[in-house]
Ligand binder design. Structure first.
Ligand code: CP
Ligand code: NVA
Length: 330
């Protein structure tokens, strides 16, 4: 940990960080988690204030930033999807300079990656990406902390991502795996495969870290030898309701179910960034379940509730890893 400092840095995407820096954030998160569990205070940023901008809804990310900021001794202001002028009456560049004059750090969740990049360009304080259409980098830190806690290492582990591999989770997992030396496989229909340019960037990184980047359309073949099976919702925030039909039709064969977990074999874990449509106990799960005649979407309830599923440990780790990002960059 010793000679790495991230003070003053933005946290916009994992592509901006070296493997050593990502490893440092994971080590710091593990340390902060241990302190929290032991009741050891760690209010190392007493008196500072952070702004949290959410143009899309959130449970985990918002709560992680709020709890983590308070544990670090900081004040928090939450700007909800309708409660600010951002983008409508005030440009991102102007918002960045206003908030940057009052706060010590700014979190942003929203649409295009270029928005958070612009915010960071104009804000004189660190900006943290709380999810864009393209990337969800704090999620990957939590996923990797969970994998590391479970297997003791990241290097050489095989992670298979099922679903729409063109969006934030597929992209970010591929970058994260390339950086940290994991074997990444995207498993989806050919039309939903990862972006060629990003694949090329990740393959180059992988050639230096020992990682591999693969693509497979057969869900059972893809699972062979996997250490971690990962999936995400089929329709992401900000996408029109109209895409549900196309997604359900295309991705139904890519549901993570018992056959996939059996193919992965004993010892494989199941991860999901959450929220998940694993039953009909949500408004959307019920509505879409009835419409398409399904009890679950991207993962069966059986897998979600199985001992292989580490999704709640993973969710808890959002807080510890987000705390590490703030602690390190402020
Ligand atoms: N995984 C995740 O980002 O969850 P929220 O949308 O609840 O923040
Ligand atoms: N792909 C999902 C991730 C949610 C954490 C979305 O963008 O809605």
């Amino acid at each position: 940990m010793a000679n790495i400092t991230l003070k003053g840095r933005d946290f916009l995407k994992l592509l901006d960080f070296t493997p050593a820096e990502i490893g440092y954030l994971l080590d710091l998160a593990a340390d902060l988690k241990a302190k929290k569990k032991a009741g050891i205070p760690h209010a190392v940023h007493q008196g500072k204030n952070v702004a949290l901008i959410f143009e899309k809804t959130s449970t985990r990310t918002r709560c992680s930033f709020e709890v983590a900021a308070r544990d670090l001794g900081m004040g928090v202001t939450y700007l909800d999807p309708s409660g600010s002028q951002i983008g409508r009456k005030e440009s991102i560049a102007d918002t960045a300079r206003v908030l940057g004059s009052m706060f010590d750090g700014i979190e942003y969740r929203g649409f295009g990656q270029e928005i958070v990049e612009t915010l960071a360009k104009y804000a004189p304080v660190p900006v943290w990406n709380g999810l864009t259409d393209e990337f969800h980098p704090t999620q990957i830190l939590a996923d990797f902390l969970t994998i590391r806690e479970h297997f003791g290492t990241l290097k050489g582990k095989k992670l298979v991502y099922y679903g729409d591999a063109r969006f934030n989770m597929g992209n970010s997992l591929m970058v994260g795996c390339a950086k940290m030396g994991l074997h990444f496989v995207a498993c989806s229909p050919a039309a939903y495969k990862p972006n060629d340019e990003l694949v090329a960037v990740c393959e180059k990184i992988a050639s230096e870290t020992g990682a591999t980047i693969g693509f497979e359309t057969d869900p059972i073949k893809a699972a062979k030898g996997a250490d971690a099976i990962y999936t995400d919702v089929w329709v992401s925030m900000g996408e029109p309701v109209a895409v549900w039909e196309e997604r359900v039709n295309a991705l139904a064969p890519y549901q993570v179910n018992r056959a996939v977990m059996d193919a992965a074999g004993e010892g494989a874990i199941f991860l999901h960034c959450l929220p998940a449509y694993h039953d009909r106990n949500t408004a959307v799960g019920r509505e879409m379940g009835e419409r398409f005649g399904r009890d679950a979407m991207e993962v069966t309830d059986e897998v979600f509730e199985s001992p292989a599923s580490l999704v709640f440990q993973e969710a808890e780790n959002r807080m510890h890893t987000i705390k590490a990002v703030m602690a390190a960059t402020l």
